[in-house]
Write a protein that binds this ligand. Structure first.
Ligand SMILES: Nc1nc2c(ncn2[C@@H]2O[C@H](COP(=O)(O)OP(=O)(O)O)[C@@H](O)[C@H]2O)c(=O)[nH]1
Ligand SMILES: [Mg+2]
Length: 350
């Protein structure tokens, strides 16, 4: 199969340069391409690769209404005052929605909308190859690669998916508020394990002291080897900005600790592994669906149903079909068919 060099091959180079030059529209376009799982993604990733690894990635998670968006917006303000370029991603693992739905209605976020040093995006995972597990790191990669110093990821909703997304960050900030989703609930949700920094937000409300106390008690119960990081508890009133400087300090301390203990590399390697795995699994799933014009899986299922094949044997045949293909993962660079991005030899045609 021969293909002419697609026009986007040039366009992507241009787009990445514009984005790196700080053109917000080019950054937005790149993230849109990530969201829509565009076929040019591998090329974008190739172009960005030499420029990545600089950004500090901070995940913010917590129950709806706890103040994540308000806190994120205040973090942006403080970090902008320090001259940093910031990327913000609001991610919803559960419900598909169109861009802008989460942050667009946040008046406080809007005040950053015209600042050329801030990129703000809502993201859904709908239709993305590999789901959110691939889409989020890919978007982080874009923001990192175009020159953001800090990338803030706000995850929406409560559940395993958001815990996972937050866990992709260098530093995970877990927000709680008095009177809602107290410390005990956080433990139940498995959130205590992923938190590097706790924020007790809405400290202007009754019960903040009790929440801080409970939380510190809970943190103290955890077994921790000497020299291990102990998550600090920061009190904040995000609506007034109180405590946000302290939160920035806590995040910076955690970053220093990570870097000083080799943990930054460990976490980033884990993130990269999760990203690669998600891309590979997504690609495999797509190829399985596409086998024999989309009929292979249904055909095998019919065989299983009729008792002519057991599911293991059927799965074996699917895998055998896949490895027969020239490019099982479907990731080879279409502009350069001889060189798959995974560095295999020339593709076998047939
Ligand atoms: N009293 C008080 N309200 C707050 C505080 N932080 C946020 N809020 C309010 O809580 C509501 C939810 O905040 P939001 O940032 O959207 O929460 P999210 O769902 O976690 O992103 C909004 O009405 C905020 O104005 C705070 O520190 N104190
Ligand atoms: Mg929010």
């Amino acid at each position: 199969m021969t293909r002419s060099v697609p026009r986007w091959r040039y366009d992507v180079t241009d787009l990445v340069r514009q984005a790196r030059d700080g053109q917000a529209r080019a950054v937005a376009r790149l993230i849109t391409l990530v969201e829509s799982n565009d076929p040019v993604l591998p090329r974008i990733a190739t172009e960005l690769a030499p420029h990545t690894g600089h950004a500090l990635v901070v995940g913010l998670t917590g129950a709806p209404g706890v103040g994540k968006s308000t806190t994120t917006s205040e973090l942006v303000r403080v970090l902008r005052e320090r001259g940093r370029r910031i990327g913000v991603l609001a991610v919803d693992p559960s419900s598909p929605f169109t861009g802008g739905a989460i942050l667009g209605d946040r008046v406080r976020m809007q005040e950053h909308a015209t600042d050329p040093g801030v990129y703000i995006r809502s993201m859904s995972s709908r239709g993305h190859l590999g789901g959110l597990a691939a889409a989020t790191p890919a978007a982080v990669r874009v923001l990192d690669g175009v020159g953001c110093d800090v990338v803030l990821i706000e995850t929406v909703g409560v559940g395993q998916a958001e815990v996972e997304v937050a866990g992709l960050a260098d530093t995970t900030v877990v927000l709680l508020a008095p009177g809602m989703g107290d410390a005990i609930q956080a433990v139940k949700a498995g959130i205590l394990e992923i938190a590097d920094v706790f924020v007790v937000n809405k400290a202007d409300r009754d019960g903040a002291d009790a929440t801080v106390r409970d939380l510190n008690g809970m943190i103290g119960l955890g077994t921790r080897a000497p020299g291990q990081w102990r998550p600090p508890v920061v009190r904040a009133v995000a609506t007034s900005g109180d405590g946000i400087d302290g939160l920035v300090t806590a995040i910076e301390r955690h970053h220093d600790w990570l870097a000083g203990h080799g943990e930054l590399t460990t976490r980033r390697a884990r993130r990269a592994a999760a990203e690669v795995e998600a891309i590979a699994l997504g690609a495999l799933r797509n190829r399985i669906s596409a086998l024999r014009g989309g009929t292979r899986l249904a055909g095998l299922a019919a065989e299983v149903l009729a008792g002519r094949l057991d599911p293991y044997a059927a799965a074996g045949r699917l895998i055998a079909d896949l490895v027969d293909l020239a490019d099982p993962a479907g990731l080879a660079d279409p502009a350069d068919p001889g060189r798959g991005p995974v560095g295999r030899g020339p593709a076998i045609s047939g």
